[in-house]
Design a protein. Sequence first.
Length: 582
Amino acid sequence: MKLFKIHINAEFLLMFMMSMMNMIFLHQYFLHTIDLEVGCFVSSFFDNLLACLIDVTFILLVSWLITLRRLRASLVITFVITLLWSFCNVFYARFFHQYLSWSSIGLAGNLSDPIVLDSMTAGFRHIDLYYLLAIILFCWIYFRSKHHDVKSKSLRTLFYIWLCGLLISLTVHCIYAFHPHIGVVYELEKTVFTPAKMDSMWPNWTVYHKGFFRKLFVDQLKRKSKIELTKEQEAAIEKEYSDHSQRITGRTAPNNIQNVIFILVESYLSVTSDLVVDGQEITPNLNKLKRDSNVYYNGHMIPNVSIGESSDGQLIYMAGLLPLHSEITVSKAKKNSIIGLPEQIKKAYPDLQSLTIIPTNPSLWDQQAMSDSYGFDKLYSMLDYQAEMKDNENGAFLTDQMIFRYASKKDESNKPPFFSLILTMSMHQPFNSFIEHGFHLTDKSLPQEYKNYLTNCHYTDIQIGKYLNDLKDKGLYDNSLIVIVSDHDAHPDYLGMDDKISREIPIYIVNGGMDNSNAWSGECNQLDVYTTILDILGIQSTWRGLGHTLLNKNYQNSVTGDIQEMSDWIIYSDYFSNRVIQ
């Protein structure tokens, strides 16, 4: 009987379980508040429990070896690591809606930016008090255990826990052997041996089922930094982008168009268009554009961004590709060859000068590297503004008043033809405050966060209106193709308007010469903007992005699972690096 006697140290067991609770709290937070891409199975909770066991056990064993088999010290290290990891993932998810990945860890320096920190800390919830209570409880248990054995024999307790969890998980999986429609093999493939395609398309779902050890470490060992495409994959990509039936209608821009001005507005929702609150228009200047018969407007654009949010928006518009789902795209794309929009427009305007104006420092989200990849000649940042404008106002970023004032200054020195990309920032979250400019909303039926957002929208609208008037005064307005779009949506749940407003974003095209009666006015995608600009300008190019032109009244949806997969192939293989595409 002694052979089967189980020795359990209660305090050590509780300390181990508290590390487990850190991981379980993290995953259950994702399950209930963050999108897992697809629905869970009956066995999903047990898969996750097993994943937590693997992750915590791995950390514990490494700590045990480092501390020379001092289990008590190992449990402290394990608790601290799991607590910090859980905390960082939860707060990261409130901003990026995904688990931490290697790409996000590699760009961790960006998280120190004040605007990012403010946005993340503004997401504090009462449930986060768990972390404080967990620390207090763990410390109490730790001091109770200080006289107990710290040698390796106490690992028997952990072995029994792990064995029981493994048996329960495998037992639940075996239930699928009797499932009338699915079967055990298919379910085990999905939940335990997740195929690479699912892994890249459903990153949150795969982390929930596989855990961090298998997702971040084991999978990383199997993954190549650059994939090699098969002949079938290369043929599928070439066949797709060579099909111009949904990508070309014919040049519509007036012959006097020399310049392209692309205004990328932060977190701009279509719902603000024509919206009146307290008897006041939220976006009066953009509403004038919307009502202009010479302006193309579509308020039904679906955001195609992933965890890179703003940087993903830029990639979609400037490269005609979809972002990766499982990692921050710029971490890969910054090293790739890209057929960027500036390079394409140069085919029609050989003397084109191109520039980007951003409201942050050039290193944030690899702006400088991506600007170079897109083919821009010059990037101007907050640092250049401070050096040139002699402005005494210092902040975490340039306000929209500053950014458009700086853009106007650059317009004076730009010689046609030119292409300028202007990024705004004042409508960025958090929405716990607003920019004071004499505009106030008092409607008590609206959440304060939503009113703050609308107030900032009005502020940005004023700055855009002033900039457009400045272009008219300089004689640049009529001979410039002006595109105004949003980088991504403002998440309705951050505005207290979850399920009350749409996530659709707008697009305005000024001086495109388009016949709006023959253009598409229904639901479309960010991916279509790159293709549409090439179509408007009559750019001759085999590569026209993976989107479809909005000039086609018979538009067909451009974003499908196959297109996402092809875009992943292009980015992961650096497809354009060894190909000459006219």
